[in-house]
Design a protein around this ligand. Structure first.
Ligand SMILES: [Zn+2]
Length: 391
């Protein structure tokens, strides 16, 4: 999502769009033809090893135009996307069956495939969709490729834009982020804030899905019922659970990065790769899967938000952050539920506070001399209770 040249970021602007009522069927037909053409193309590309644009063009272009009735630019986008899907499937060492695309999502090349004109998006081939709303912050930057998606009865156009990468400020201190399955702890030696994770709320929907699956897998229900409506409902609950985690990760990252920016601090988070890997080795359960997803998405959004806002970011080694003394480095001993004490210097604190202090310390030592005023943490304007919770 944030690829781009040296000094540039690619951001994606989401536009809610809607075809005129009389044009909706035509747009949906086009998107269905695109999906069918894409599935056909992926198979053809794989079967003929046509992984170059020239080969794929010769193999597919005519079919995509005639058999699937795609406008020429959309046909070109279709075999390009097929090549990308085929390549990523070939790269996956654990690949199973060749991928099948089920959702309605159509790639549109900039300039040629679509145009935004006033309050309308025009697709090649004379399709028009009204723009209902979008994030206008990036209006001044030219549109790049886009993707039209139809899901849950709504159309969304995702438009890529290149924007200059903001310069990073010289941090006055560190805002450390520590994660555990129940909460995210954000802070440093002066402040601390805790944000609950939505794992339990998301789990509720996973359990609903599971309940439905169990109930209708019984042979008392006929095959038709088992196949159609129930399966859709189960998918809906799974998606709902994932959306809860995703929304939370995005909003929490936004809170963390805004806070850091406000006080000109660097954000420091642990490298979560090892943690996510170890979760993967646990017996497969919904809870572990959701926790791992939450960690992955939070790290992703923190990195992205920091990049987009010019906030310096440090990813530190997580080894021992919640078991060694942040003051003297001695091994801590447990003195109560999640409470730790240093036998050497006497420091006693909550496990999460210890982690925050260690993460802060590791980031500070990585920063070395770059700190502008190492002793004066400018946190006076941010009291913990004004930090807010993710909505
Ligand atoms: Zn100590």
């Amino acid at each position: 999502m944030f690829a781009g040249g040296e000094g540039e970021l690619t951001v994606t602007v989401r536009m809610k769009v809607s075809p005129e009522p009389e044009g909706e069927q035509a747009v949906l037909d086009l998107m269905r033809r695109y999906r069918d053409a894409l599935n056909y193309s992926v198979r053809a590309v794989l079967a003929n090893k046509a992984l170059s644009l020239g080969k794929a063009y010769r193999l597919l272009y005519k079919d995509l135009r005639k058999r699937y009735g795609l406008p020429s630019i959309i046909a070109a986008g279709c075999y390009k996307e097929a090549i990308a899907i085929a390549k990523s499937w070939l790269r996956n060492p654990k690949r199973g069956e060749a991928p099948t695309i089920k959702g309605l999502s159509m790639r549109l090349e900039h300039e040629l495939g679509y145009r935004v004109k006033g309050d309308y998006v025009e697709l090649i081939g004379g399709y028009r969709l009204r723009v209902i709303g979008w994030d206008r912050r990036y209006d001044d930057f030219p549109n790049r490729d886009a993707r039209l998606v139809f899901r849950d009865g709504e159309f969304t156009l995702y438009v890529a834009k290149r924007v200059p990468r903001p310069a990073k400020y010289a941090p006055k201190g560190v805002l450390a982020v520590d994660v555990n399955e129940r909460q995210i702890v954000v802070g440093n030696s002066s402040v601390e804030q805790r944000i609950e994770t939505p794992v339990e709320r998301a789990l509720h929907y996973m359990r609903l899905a599971e309940g439905l699956q169990e109930k209708y897998s019984s042979s008392r229900y006929n095959a038709w019922l088992r196949r159609s409506g129930i399966r859709r409902r189960v998918r809906y609950f799974h998606r709902k659970a994932r959306n809860i985690i995703e929304d939370w990760a995005r909003k929490t990252a936004h809170i963390i990065v805004s806070l850091a920016k406000q006080s000109q601090l660097a954000v420091a988070r642990e490298d979560l790769t090892g943690l996510i890997e170890s979760l993967r080795k646990l017996p497969k359960g919904h809870r572990t899967a959701l926790i791992a997803l939450g960690y992955r998405r939070l790290a992703f959004w923190i990195d992205w938000q920091a990049e987009k806002n010019g906030v310096p970011l440090f990813v530190v080694d997580p080894a021992g952050t919640s078991s060694t003394c942040p003051r003297c480095g001695a091994e801590l001993v447990e003195v109560g539920y999640r409470r730790l004490r240093c036998p050497n210097c006497g420091l006693e604190a909550d496990r999460d506070t210890i982690a925050i202090l260690n993460i802060e310390g590791r980031a500070l030592s990585k920063m070395g001399g770059t700190l502008t005023s190492p002793t004066a943490l400018q946190m006076t304007d941010v009291t913990p209770n004004r930090w807010g919770k993710p909505p």
